[in-house]
Write a protein that binds this ligand. Sequence first.
Ligand SMILES: Cc1cc2nc3c(=O)[nH]c(=O)nc-3n(C[C@H](O)[C@H](O)[C@H](O)COP(=O)(O)OP(=O)(O)OC[C@H]3O[C@@H](n4cnc5c(N)ncnc54)[C@H](O)[C@@H]3O)c2cc1C
Length: 347
Amino acid sequence: MKALEQMETVVVGAGILGAALAFQLRGKGQTVVVLERARQTATGISSRNSGVIHAAINHPPNSMKTLLCHRGNQLLRAFLASRDIPWSPCGKLVVAQNEQEERVLRELARQAPEAELRETADRPHGLRARRALFTPRTAVVDPVALTRRLLEESEALVLTGQEVSDLSPCDGGVSFHIGADRFHARRLVNCAGLGAPRLAKSPPYALARGSYFRIQSPLLDGQGPLVYPAKAAGSPFLGIHLTRTPGGEWLLGPDLEYVNHEDYRVDPAAAPRFLQEAQRYLPWLVLQDLQPAHAGIRPRLRADGWSDFQILGQGDQRQLVHLLGFESPGLTSALAAAERVAEIWSS
Ligand SMILES: Cc1cc2nc3c(=O)[nH]c(=O)nc-3n(C[C@H](O)[C@H](O)[C@H](O)COP(=O)(O)OP(=O)(O)OC[C@H]3O[C@@H](n4cnc5c(N)ncnc54)[C@H](O)[C@@H]3O)c2cc1C
């Protein structure tokens, strides 16, 4: 760990946010060290999500979630366009089954820039819908491959098995511990996912678990758009939707359940509830088509409603930055969040 003493910039956490930060800071003549508690990179929230590159239509206009998602979508597509990381620009349908949901679609269309959403009569996948909007800017990506590629291209020094604690801004930098040893960096960004509030000495997250079921049915081929039920912008839950991996594996989920600790088991008994929700738009689906898949935990700032991302600077030169509440669309927003942090440090 001797090398650390010479480091200027420390990134805590090797998930998508830490990777995006390390990538953003590359080539600026500064040494960057990424410190990760786990034995491997990309094993946290970034490995347990839908892998959707969202269009910025799900959150209130001008919120940080909308602005960073919009910019992050552009940056991510540009990054992926010239690399061999698995991704698919599949698009997404948002579907309404009744008048109230049609009103939600009208409101989403009113708020979204024109290029982002258009009415469509297409009904792929044997889909049932009274009305549907299509967004071409939605895509899916392999989030683990993406995170690891960003880290690789960042040329940062990535050290795993290093649990950081006791962050505090001090004269000319930030002090921190790894085990009993004390270190110093000129600046440090806390991208520790579910571990971030503890490092920021802020209230713990509400742990909002989302489970997924895999759909195995010959009626779904490996292609075509994702399907989401209509939910108003700013809803704390997007509804159980139909999503897929870039490799063509279809999934239903995630649902929403608050838990007391990190528990990633998927309860097979939840299958009928998933089925009921999904049959509203996939009427042909049967229970035998569903198999338990994975679960993830959203780092949620409040359990009782919508909240925005937080990027908090601490210290006289904001040399200590915390990224808090990066639930969805955090994967999409990561490169844009990294730009924001770089701006804070260059101002
Ligand atoms: C169910 C679900 C579905 C989602 N779907 C989408 C989606 O489709 N699209 C989208 O844009 N976003 C989605 N998200 C959100 C997205 O996954 C997250 O915003 C993003 O992965 C957060 O990345 P992160 O780097 O902050 O966290 P992580 O990936 O968890 O990385 C944090 C890292 O910090 C490490 N760490 C923790 N404490 C310490 C410590 N003290 N010292 C050192 N290291 C530490 C952890 O081991 C971990 O590796 C979803 C999230 C969930 C839960």
